[in-house]
Write a protein that binds this ligand. Structure first.
Ligand code: ATP
Length: 380
């Protein structure tokens, strides 16, 4: 479950058994996808971060303002030169390769579509720059617009597109250069709140279909949780945590991460007002009840402060009630954060007085309750 650090010099970062390499260009054993150490000096600020993403994997770089997210993305795109480190892409060293020659597609925060070009010509722009003929570039652009569901908007100018559609054109444009690395800068920041949720789910599905490595930067934990397979958290130019969204949410390693992902988050399958959770690890799948009806694959989330803990089974049973084991307790601001395990892993923030009343001894079992109205649900 927990992220492992590669042992030894030059290792660092997260590895798994199947892909344990040191990033050297060595044919079979070489790491595919992105394998980078980015060192950028900007006077008082220094970015020194390792970033890895396998082909088909989406890695979110999450961090507060000024933590170096944009610097990292710009360095990957070749818009920022490295003081030290290396950028490997599918075992090729692209550290000093000029931006325009890198097999990298980028979606900028406000999409930066060319206002005077049609959607089709916007998408055809990259292939044209790479030397494709006009007909070939437009053919590839048409295919990509179709893939993002915008075939009928080929002739439209950017100003005639909604925010979500403009984002799809920007994505098609980035993919048109057949990138081995896709970079997304705050991909949902330009959208209003109502559009965000639907575009987020749609973008997730599109990213899941890609076979290139994807790195996106965001300061919104929800975007990172929903869009990414793995999250790398940057603070002050350094990686402070990395892992799957579940790992990062359940085991914050800094106050920033804990506040940021102050959510219990699960994925599951909804039917009516019940969600059967996926991947219940060693235990039987738990269920979460909702206050409204949903169907299909969803995320359910609720904050630790929405959890009440009881020694005895409470009367007037709330719809979500689990018997769980206390695994640990720590101070969390003026609250106490209780780590629970069992049918589902859970964080509960309660007052020190409430903890005193529970009188937990090691491994004690308690009842954890969450009102269905506290549970947020959104499409996976
Ligand atoms: N052009 C520049 N020259 C010098 N320092 C810069 C420049 N641009 C950014 N910085 C500094 O580099 C650091 C990292 O900035 P960066 O924009 O990468 O952070 P970020 O995590 O993307 O922040 P935000 O979420 O606000 O976009 C900051 O301390 C910033 O002040």
């Amino acid at each position: 479950m927990t992220a492992e650090r590669a042992p030894g010099a030059g290792g660092g970062g997260v590895v798994d058994g199947a892909d344990r390499g040191d990033g050297a260009d060595r044919g079979d054993g070489a790491r595919r996808g992105l394998d980078a150490r980015l060192v950028v000096d900007r006077g008082a600020f220094r970015l020194d971060a390792e970033l890895r993403a396998r082909p088909g994997e989406v890695v979110a770089v999450l961090g507060p303002n000024g933590s170096g997210k944009s610097t990292a993305l710009r360095a990957l795109a070749g818009l920022e030169s490295l003081a030290d480190g290396r950028i490997g892409l599918d075992a090729q060293d692209v550290t000093t390769m000029p931006t325009e020659r890198r097999p990298v597609g980028m979606v900028f925060q406000d999409y930066l579509l060319f206002g005077h070009l049609s959607a089709l010509d916007n998408v055809a722009f990259g292939p044209r720059c790479q030397g494709a003929g006009r007909a070939e570039a437009r053919e590839r652009a048409a295919e990509l617009l179709e893939r993002v569901g915008l075939a009928e908007y080929a002739a439209a100018r950017p100003r005639a597109l909604s925010g979500g559609q403009a984002q799809r054109v920007a994505l098609a444009r980035a993919l048109a250069v057949r990138p081995r690395l896709l970079l997304l800068d705050e991909p949902l920041a330009a959208l209003d709140v109502h559009t965000r949720a639907s575009v987020r789910s749609e973008l997730r599905r599109r990213l899941a279909d890609l076979d290139c490595a994807t790195v996106l930067v965001t300061h919104d934990p929800l975007d990172a949780m929903v869009l990414a397979d793995r999250i790398t958290v940057l603070e002050a130019g350094r990686v402070v945590q990395e892992g799957t969204p579940g790992e990062v949410a359940q085991h914050p390693r800094t106050g920033y991460v804990a506040r940021l992902v102050g959510l219990n988050l699960y994925r599951g399958s909804a039917r009516g007002t019940r969600v059967a959770l996926a991947g219940g690890a060693e235990s039987a799948p738990a269920e979460v009840s909702l206050s409204e009806r949903w169907d299909g694959e969803v995320f359910v989330a609720f904050p630790p402060r929405a959890v009440a803990l009881y020694r005895q089974r409470p009367d007037g049973t709330p719809r979500n009630l689990w018997r769980l084991r206390i695994e640990g307790v720590e101070r969390f601001g003026d609250q106490v954060r209780v780590h629970l395990e069992g049918a589902l892993p859970l964080l509960a923030d309660i007052t020190p007085e409430a903890l005193a009343e529970l009188r937990p001894v090691g491994g004690a079992e308690v009842w954890a309750a969450v009102k269905a109205t506290e549970v947020r649900c959104y499409p996976a």
